[in-house]
Design a protein. Sequence first.
Length: 291
Amino acid sequence: MKQEINLDPIKIILDKLQLENQNVYLGLNFLLLVKKLKPKNLNLIETTEFILDCFQKRLGKFGNLIIPVFNFDCIKSKKFHIKNSSGQSGALGNILLKKYFLLRTPHPVYSFLYFGNNPNKYQMINSSSGTNKNSLWKYFIEDKFDLITMGHHYSRSFTHVHYIEDLLKVDYRFNLKFPLAYTNMKNISVKKNYTFFARKKRVCDFSGMTKKCDSLFFKEKVARFYKFNDLISFKLNISQASNLLYESLEKNSEDLISYIRTNKQNKNVLCSYDGSILDLEKYYLKKNNVK
């Protein structure tokens, strides 16, 4: 039986966030979104195709879509298969990866599925570092991508923070070098060396954006918020956000980017394991839409 799915919640949100012909970095709480869409005869593969098609039609022929399929296990396992190594950044990317693995960008840790009008552009960027000045994050800024999240606060998907930290060489992270056996699209395995901008575990438990940063982004209209029923969604201008983060961190300020020390003290940092992001999401669930 053909699956039936109500895509109205996504369509309404996309209309409100004004995404026609835009470049979008997408982060979804996939299981929550599926629950809201209430599909009949649920098939997760078909559901992801419906969602992907909905975004592509709304973005138009000049729009581009990237979906993260990060793999952190490769750092310890010392092996990565660009086709078969699963992502650890959401169910949507993992399900799509099975069909669209040819669209995966090459970095083993920070890889993305790219859907757009220039399929080779981001696959040609093969920096050994996932966050240095020549990494993909630089091009997401130049190409004016917006971070769009549905079902969770954008800070859960804002890995871009670590790119800014790497540019300014913060003293609580370091470039961890690691070798791995890299299996490419032709199923050929070669030895390669990569770096990951890792935490100094004796100094830093977690680093990320702050509560003050969230407030500033809305004050400066860098971020937008829209709620449909009880589904929260956000739009963040990555270029403008990056400029603010860079200017602040360059001054050694912890106003916008900060870290939780090993003594667990820093109540200003938005973090998932201490419940601060969840509290912020509850706040937005009670909040009226922001224009």
